[in-house]
Unconditional design. Structure first.
Length: 114
C-alpha cells in the first residue's frame, strides 16, 4: 500500500505560478505517476503523466505551461505550473499506478483568480 500526499496548492492570480508536490509513503520507482484535476461540476481529467521509464505526456490545455517531474530517490512527483489561467482552477490529484495497483492522493485545491 502506497499513500500519496499532495501539497503546494493555493490561491494565485492569473499569470502566476505554483509548484505542486506529491510525496509517496513508499517506493514509486516502478509506477507510472501523474497529475489529474477536477473542476466544480466537471469530471476528473488528465493533466500530465510520466511513466516509469520517463515518458511524459501533457494535456493540450497545459502544454508549454506545466512541467511534470519525478524524483524516484525521494519518492516525490512535482508539477510546476506557470502562466496560470482561471480555467486551471480545480482540485489537483496525484496518481501512481501499475498493472496491479492504482493509488490516489486526497487532492489539493488550486484557485486562479484576481
Amino acid at each position: 500500500q502506497v499513500q500519496l500526499v499532495e501539497s503546494g496548492g493555493g490561491l494565485v492570480q492569473p499569470g502566476g505560478s505554483l509548484r505542486l508536490s506529491c510525496a509517496a509513503s513508499g517506493s514509486i520507482f516502478s509506477f507510472n505517476v501523474g497529475w489529474f484535476r477536477q473542476a466544480p461540476g466537471k469530471g476528473r481529467e488528465l493533466v500530465a503523466t510520466i511513466s516509469s521509464g520517463g515518458s511524459i505526456h501533457y494535456a493540450d490545455s497545459v502544454k508549454g505551461r506545466f512541467t511534470i517531474s519525478r524524483d524516484n530517490a525521494k519518492n516525490t512527483v512535482h508539477l510546476q505550473m506557470n502562466s496560470l489561467k482561471p480555467e486551471d482552477t480545480a482540485v489537483y490529484y496525484c496518481n501512481a499506478n501499475s498493472l496491479r495497483w492504482d493509488y490516489w492522493g486526497q487532492g489539493t485545491q488550486v484557485t486562479v483568480s484576481s
